[in-house]
Design a protein around this ligand. Structure first.
Ligand SMILES: CC(C)(COP(=O)(O)OP(=O)(O)OC[C@H]1O[C@@H](n2cnc3c(N)ncnc32)[C@H](O)[C@@H]1OP(=O)(O)O)[C@@H](O)C(=O)NCCC(=O)NCCS
Length: 185
């Protein structure tokens, strides 16, 4: 697995807040930059910006999910989104600007997401991550996600390479245990 950046000590001054429509241009620029790295996220250069805007707007319009941004001095340095999937589970995607990685921004975003999921009785968070993304896997494991599978040759990249995807999950709400109904004789 490949590391993205040397570890440096956490920095303060990061504010996590829900994304707003006025953030979309800055968020698209952040996605452009991370997509251009071509290593870490499913999004690749030339992605459908209209679709991304529509997805973020749907969250603001209360159609489900959550979207957070991490700001440092009013500049967006990271983002995390949760989109509803089957059975109330939510799929998580996140990124931090290259210059700000390894300083606790990802941890702060995930803490906000976990708090939101608990508040909203979300049963489970799921995500997919490329096997070479050591930083992301390390962060997810630190926050209690476990690997539940590996989708082999799952993502065709613009280069023509085909990458596996590791599937990770974290249970959020603890269901009340119920016993099975008694067997009839
Ligand atoms: C993955 C990503 C979101 C992590 O954000 P971050 O702000 O760098 O993460 P943090 O600084 O909060 O790191 C938290 C934990 O991640 C792990 N981690 C971070 N960098 C690491 C590295 N280079 N190697 C191994 N583990 C690492 C550690 O467990 C770390 O905990 P610690 O600081 O207590 O040791 C960020 O690196 C990123 O945006 N990468 C590019 C996009 C991406 O990969 N998105 C996720 C796609 S699934």
């Amino acid at each position: 697995m490949e590391r993205q950046s040397p570890r440096v000590s956490p920095s303060g001054g990061i504010k996590i807040r829900p994304a707003q429509a006025g953030d979309f241009d800055e968020l698209l620029a952040l996605f452009d930059a991370v997509a251009a790295e071509r290593r870490w996220i499913g999004t690749e250069p030339g992605f459908d910006r209209t679709k991304y805007r529509a997805g973020w707007q749907a969250i603001i319009d209360g159609k489900g999910g959550a979207h957070f941004v991490a700001c440092s001095q009013n500049k967006i340095v990271g983002t995390l989104s949760l989109y509803p999937t089957a059975n109330g589970a939510h799929d998580l995607g996140m990124l931090v600007s290259r210059e700000r990685r390894g300083r606790g921004v990802g941890t702060a975003l995930l803490q906000a997401a976990l708090a939101w999921a608990r508040e909203h009785d979300i049963p489970k968070l799921t995500l997919g991550v490329f096997p070479h993304n050591a930083s992301a896997i390390g962060l997810y494991e630190k926050m209690g996600f476990v690997t539940v599978g590996r989708l082999e040759r799952n993502r065709v990249r613009q280069t023509g390479d085909v990458w596996d995807v590791i599937v990770m999950e974290k249970d959020i709400t603890h269901f009340r245990e119920t016993s099975a109904p008694p067997m009839s004789k």
